[in-house]
Design a protein around this ligand. Sequence first.
Ligand SMILES: Cc1ncc(COP(=O)(O)O)c(C=O)c1O
Length: 382
Amino acid sequence: MRIYLDNAATTWPKPESVAAAMVTCLAEQTANPGRSGHQLSMAAGRVVFAAREAVANLVGLADPLAVAFTKNATEALNLALFGVLAPGDHVITSRTEHNSVLRPLKVLEERGIAVTRLPCGADATLSPDEVADAFTPRTRLVVLTHASNVVGTLNPVAEIGRVVREREALFCVDAAQTAGVAPVDMEAMGIDLLAFTGHKSLYGPQGTGGLCLGPRVPPLRPLIYGGTGSLSDSDEHPDFLPDSLEAGTVNTVGLAGLLAGIEFVESRGLARVMADGRRRIETLTEGLRALPGVQVLSPAAPYGRTPVVSFRLEGFSSSEVAWELEQRAGICCRAGLHCAPLLHRELGTFPDGAVRLSPGAFTDSGQIETTLAALAEIILAP
Ligand SMILES: Cc1ncc(COP(=O)(O)O)c(C=O)c1O
């Protein structure tokens, strides 16, 4: 038996339609997209464009060509940060961030970019006023996660987007934890650069993700240069989207899967996805709270939360709990620091971290009951 509660790391299983779309693509559509004029290349190009349109629709972006595909959210965030920031600039971020923001910013700091890392307190959210107060005349960018990957609380991105826009900086949002499980609307939320990943709540395969660029973003410095299939008469890299940010052959098969994943999410409907997630997290959280020795890291979430709950168990390290859960009941979850070391310091859970449970579309109530029962058993008979 296997109970998979690690959907915040990557969703599993994937819908059958995702695997089927990838098999069809491999068998029938995988010439090189955008490189040749023959039917197979055109078919591959249509798959890639349909995936671009699906992403743009999902995130409230008018122009599908402003979706640049990458291999994951990390690459998209690197593209945004290295593409926008230059020595002398100031960037505002928070201590809630994932290492995919913290680490590139550390490198950029060494190159002369000033970084303010706002403390986020026990609820892992920021107030728009705190962001406003951190502005300096040199602030070029605000980069924040939409939701904490450890405790699931959402940041008030629409309100922060307004603050950023009033001050004429750019706003980059890491939607790795929210695309597919929470509303994401670049236009309505004032987001200029949106990094997403395909393999989490969009139910696509690993190796897919991207950066969506709003109309206010100036041309970005690419991370890599090379062939794009366009302007082949020139040895200069093209300067138009998406080619400027997509050197080399894209992951056509993966994007066929991502398209099917987005269609799966849309067929369930965001309202139902959110209601299901809320119900499962409430059951898990209440069950955890009723167990002796369990400390639930579940702060109030004034702006909503994603389906994630983390906890600690007195007398056990977080990796011991995860190990016991798997040995006793086949439960897959994630222990440790979740690539968010500064947040765990804020929460007082560094260096051991916590155990994170994250249900997904295929989690049922019986699996949640089994998980709570397994924890009760670990407590009673360690
Ligand atoms: C908040 C957040 N940002 C970024 C990432 C990185 O995503 P990817 O592994 O797709 O690069 C993750 C993955 O766990 C995440 O939770």
